[in-house]
Design a protein around this ligand. Structure first.
Ligand code: NDP
Length: 254
């Protein structure tokens, strides 16, 4: 299995779960320090031989190609690609510049395109190949404070639907739609909270109430990882072009 953005949050939880389930796992992230720390911890738990970690940005096409070659040389191919790398951008229409728009559209679209292009031959050869994207509920339910990310996420969902047709029958393409999952992104926002005396537990509880999440909490990265492993595995062999919500029930569409 290959996981982009595997050094933190949902990506890291997915790497860990896949290793625990017995898969060989390759993962990437931009920051080499954190990536190498994570790789060392995982190697101690699961053995060096089942892991490949490489520091690069998924926005660099050539780096994706080299990574795919290394994965093939090490593990003989790739059965499942999880396109997870990225982050959200908090901005309204008024405070998003053209440069911000271009950066966000590039991040969201090319963080899918580059890894999928690099791994598609291996996925096709696998016999059970799958791409599973980590996308956001914002694709269907835009938020005014995340205008640019919401529009980009909708574009990604549309792209994945096209790929589910074009890459069939060899490669299944699905997505999960994340609401709010407790991860490094939310940790950063917690650390920047206006009232620095507020505890982590209280801040996250207030956030869940403010966001009207029926299950009254944020999701855990491990919960997203379970959904990703299901969709990417042969257990979901008749599922393609589909989306699975992980939002604690916060979506308002049917
Ligand atoms: P984290 O910040 O915890 O993890 C993001 C991971 O992606 C890190 O390993 C990061 O490492 C890596 N990454 C970011 N940009 C790149 C890049 N260009 N190339 C390679 N690796 C990259 O975030 P989450 O786990 O919360 O987010 C995972 C995905 O889920 C993201 O796409 C995010 O937008 C999406 N999502 C998350 C939500 C949430 O509530 N958590 C809500 C909706 C969507 P490094 O910085 O070192 O590159």
């Amino acid at each position: 299995m290959v996981v982009t953005g595997g050094s933190s949050g949902i990506g890291l939880a997915t790497v860990k779960l896949a290793l625990a389930e017995g898969a060989n796992v390759a993962f990437c992230a931009r920051g080499a320090d954190r990536l190498n720390r994570v790789r060392d911890d995982l190697a101690a738990a699961y053995g060096e031989a089942r892991l490949l970690a490489k520091a690069f940005s998924v926005l660099e096409p050539e780096a994706n190609t080299v990574f795919a070659q290394e994965v093939c040389a090490r593990f003989g191919g790739c059965d499942a690609l999880i396109t997870n790398a990225g982050q959200g951008r908090v901005s309204t229409f008024a405070d998003t510049s053209d440069t911000d728009w271009r950066d966000e559209l590039e991040l969201k679209i090319f963080s899918q395109l580059h890894p999928i292009r690099a791994f598609q031959d291996q996925l096709r050869a696998s016999g059970t190949g799958s791409v599973t994207a980590v996308n956001s509920l914002l694709a269907y339910q835009p938020e005014p404070h995340m205008v640019c990310t919401s529009a980009a996420r909708a574009g990604v969902q549309n792209l994945l639907k096209s790929l589910a047709t074009e890459l069939a029958p060899d490669i299944r393409v699905n997505s999960i739609l994340i609401g709010l999952v407790d991860s490094q992104q939310w940790q950063r926002r917690f650390e920047a909270r206006p009232d620095q005396s507020q505890s982590r537990e209280a801040w996250f509880r207030d956030l869940a109430i403010k966001k009207n999440i029926p299950l009254q909490r944020l999701g855990h990265a491990a919960e997203a990882a379970r959904a990703l492993l299901f969709l990417s595995s042969p257990a979901a062999s008749y599922v393609t072009g589909a989306k699975l919500e992980l939002s604690g029930g916060v979506s308002r569409f049917i």
